[in-house]
Design a protein around this ligand. Structure first.
Ligand SMILES: Cc1cc2nc3c(=O)[nH]c(=O)nc-3n(C[C@H](O)[C@H](O)[C@H](O)COP(=O)(O)OP(=O)(O)OC[C@H]3O[C@@H](n4cnc5c(N)ncnc54)[C@H](O)[C@@H]3O)c2cc1C
Length: 231
């Protein structure tokens, strides 16, 4: 019997990228034909973010490999202005990797739908949640492998696997669309428009932002300065 593995992380690896602050400035300057200095370029990036001149930010492209549970991927895939390629449960036998919430993951929701606040939850609740995740994962994995052993097609056997199963996908996104993702998926203290994202997708968004920050630091600075609104 295969041993089931548990994880709590959302892994975001930068695979490739194109451009940076310079390519945003270069694209924007084609409209006026003016030359820049580092100071003027900074001013231009500030103006583009402030006044929501969005298309120059599309000159930066990022490609990530994301590993996360299916319930997180399902939310990620809603970001249509980007491209996805996901591991197939039809073409390969899936990995026995399942999500279990770590001890710091808030467990109790209070307030209205769409505007929940979260509390840590009692020790007994954490124990109950972990046990339920593990019980279901091992049961589902046993059923899955028993069906494969009986010669049943992968695409049929996988139907019994829960949303907590890890999946992996490539995500190719331009910086403008990544900013939209970050504005919605991270309840950041500098956001002028509030959002109430799922805890786990926010963990992924934080890692996406770290990479974007390294690739286009001034553009990301201006995104933050102007309230984390997608230009
Ligand atoms: C906190 C939170 C809760 C959510 N809850 C739910 C929920 O309960 N149920 C649910 O179904 N979804 C839910 N969503 C998903 C949400 O409705 C969006 O689908 C998701 O956030 C992607 O955002 P987006 O459309 O801006 O991104 P993208 O799809 O990447 O689109 C980027 C931008 O392109 C433009 N655009 C793209 N497609 C169109 C179009 N067809 N027509 C016009 N303009 C378009 C828009 O300006 C859009 O902002 C939730 C999202 C968040 C952040």
């Amino acid at each position: 019997m295969t041993e089931v593995r548990y994880r709590s992380d959302i892994d975001v690896e930068l695979i490739d990228h194109m451009g940076g602050d310079h390519s945003i400035v270069r694209a924007a300057r084609v409209s006026s034909g003016t030359a820049g200095t580092p100071e003027k370029d900074r001013g231009l990036l500030n103006m583009l973010a402030r006044d929501r001149h969005g298309s120059p930010f599309e000159s930066v492209v990022l490609q990530f490999k994301v590993e996360c549970p299916i319930f997180v991927a399902r939310e990620w895939f809603r970001h249509r202005v980007s491209s996805f390629n996901e591991t197939s449960g039809r073409y390969k036998v899936l990995e026995p990797e399942f999500y279990e919430p770590h001890g710091g993951r808030p467990m109790r929701q209070i307030g209205q739908p769409g505007k929940y606040a979260f509390e840590e939850g009692a020790y007994e609740q954490k124990v109950q949640v972990k046990a339920a995740h593990k019980r279901l994962a091992t049961w589902a994995w046993d059923e899955y492998t028993e069906m494969l052993d009986a010669g049943i097609a992968r695409e049929v056997a996988r139907n019994v696997l829960p949303l907590s199963l890890y999946t992996s996908f490539f995500w190719t996104v331009n910086l403008r669309s990544a900013m939209n993702f970050l504005s919605l998926r991270w309840a950041h203290e500098e956001s002028t428009v509030p959002t109430f994202p799922l805890y786990e997708i926010q963990q992924g968004a934080m890692k996406v932002e770290e990479h974007a920050q390294a690739i286009a630091p001034i553009a990301m600075e201006m995104f933050n300065k102007h309230g984390r609104v997608s230009p």
